[in-house]
Write a protein that binds this ligand. Structure first.
Ligand SMILES: NC(=O)c1ccc[n+]([C@@H]2O[C@H](COP(=O)([O-])OP(=O)(O)OC[C@H]3O[C@@H](n4cnc5c(N)ncnc54)[C@H](O)[C@@H]3O)[C@@H](O)[C@H]2O)c1
Length: 422
């Protein structure tokens, strides 16, 4: 189950290592040598609900991780985690877990309202931090957490697994190589048909368990889904959008939740490129995808495919039929003489990876975290890219709330190494 940098790069096949590290510098977290062989990251998990248990499964399979502590305030979830990691010490108060000297690092998978207090206390206690997305529910809080990381000298990871998903890395490496020319537009969508509601054993626990549905504990689709996709634009374009406008509404689920079930935002970059984000909780037909439209091609990382604009001309028989059709209906300018199909359906495209990858990058992300905890080295740009993922979803949410075009505020901009983001 262990991954090293060479294996990771090998699965990307045709893309050279140097290009990959320029596109995804955080891959440097994977050990290239035997320096961390035999060492283990001693991790405490805070929040062992649905996501925390999923992360725990991966960590229990990783020989470089020792899960030494678990914490949850909800007994049934703590018990589920204890069944998976019986040797870990259980806690119901995360501050007590942070006092445990055997804990080098934490993985925080509480609801987002608790991300900030646990993260700040963990850095203060000298622990490395992995926190789930969205980093926080407010832009100020997100910046405060990033600044605490900078002061701490510790490692800071965020649950933005697409940064470690081989499909996305291959897509970005090809885009950055100039293979498709300049990016023209990004269309992001995430459509599900789900009420997000979880069963509640007693009414008093409603807001605790169904925190996603309420405005004081969630920004709905923006903090739950958009942060994963908005990072695609900053990663691909190596810059952040200048502005955002948006509209949010409750279309189908007004009777059962407070947060929007239908959101649309337009982010604009300085060079005129637009990134649209659309998401709904009441129709799942189009699912999840990012379409990156470039001058000479289109990339769909989630589907794992790319498409050149200029596809091979249609076979002779189709050309002939088309010519006949044109001469029959010549008064209707349906096509020119160099007819090629104009619909996406006619272009099968190419696979980004030679071999289908299992998973969505979460396993690789956690392995990179374990390596970084052992070496104490923060991989370049990962915290910053993740930071913008959260800030952009929060700014989009604010634009919808205020029904205004909002400029990305200067006080939240970071000036970081490889990327000329000012
Ligand atoms: N990266 C991803 O793809 C992904 C997927 C799902 C969820 N998430 C994120 O993971 C986080 C958790 O989501 P979830 O679906 O697991 O929620 P959940 O409600 O299932 O689990 C959260 C757990 O945290 C516990 N908790 C709350 N306050 C606590 C505290 N003070 N101390 C210790 N434990 C506490 C709760 O009791 C619960 O068991 C959210 O931020 C969510 O956005 C990320």
């Amino acid at each position: 189950m262990e991954i090293n940098r060479r294996d990771f790069i090998r699965q990307l096949g045709y893309i050279g290592g140097a290009g990959l590290l320029a596109t995804a510098p955080w891959l440097s977290a994977f050990s290239d040598s035997k320096t961390t062989a035999g060492e283990r990251a001693r991790i405490g998990v805070v929040g062992t609900g649905s996501r925390g248990l999923h992360l725990l499964d991966y960590m229990m399979q990783n020989p470089k991780v020792q899960v030494v502590a678990l914490c949850d305030t909800y007994a049934p979830n703590l018990e589920l985690a204890r069944a998976k990691a019986p040797e870990a010490r259980p806690y119901t108060d995360y501050r007590k877990l942070l006092e445990n000297k055997a804990v080098d690092a934490v993985v925080i998978a509480t609801p987002p309202l608790m991300h900030s207090p646990v993260t700040l206390d963990a850095f203060a206690a000298g622990k490395h931090v992995f926190v789930e997305k969205a980093i926080a529910l407010e832009m100020d809080e997100t910046l405060t957490m990033y600044q605490a990381y900078q002061r701490s000298g510790k490692v800071f990871f965020v649950g933005q697994q697409r940064f470690f998903d081989p499909r996305y890395i291959a897509a970005m490496a090809l885009i950055h190589s100039g293979e498709f020319g300049a990016i023209q537009s990004l269309r992001l969508n995430w459509d599900r048909n789900t009420d997000w509601r979880r069963p509640v054993p007693e009414p008093a626990l409603e807001r605790q368990i169904n925190w996603r549905l309420y405005r004081d504990s969630s920004k709905g689709l923006m903090t739950e889904l958009a942060c994963h996709q908005l990072q695609i634009g900053t990663w691909a374009l190596r810059s952040i959008p200048d502005k955002v406008m948006g509209v949010g509404s409750l279309v189908a689920r007004a009777h059962e939740r407070e947060v929007y079930d239908n959101v649309s935002c337009i982010y604009t970059f300085g060079n005129g490129v637009k990134m649209t984000y659309e998401s709904t909780n009441s129709n799942k037909f189009y699912g999840l995808e990012e379409r990156i439209l470039c001058e000479k091609g289109t990339v769909e990382p989630e589907r794992g495919k790319y498409y050149y604009e200029d596809i091979a001309p249609a076979p002779g028989i189709l050309q002939l039929l088309n010519d006949i059709e044109n001469s029959l209906f010549e008064s209707i300018p349906i096509a020119g003489s160099s007819w090629v199909p104009e619909t996406a359906g006619a272009n099968d495209g190419h696979w980004l990876l030679a071999k289908k990858n299992e998973g969505d990058g979460t396993r690789e992300l956690l392995q990179a975290y374990a390596e970084a905890v052992i070496t104490g080295r923060q991989p370049e740009n990962f915290a910053e890219e993740s930071y913008y993922g959260t800030q952009l979803c929060l700014l989009g949410h604010q634009a919808m709330e205020e029904e205004q075009v909002l400029v990305f505020p200067d006080q939240y901009k970071l000036n970081y190494l490889n990327h000329a983001i000012l």
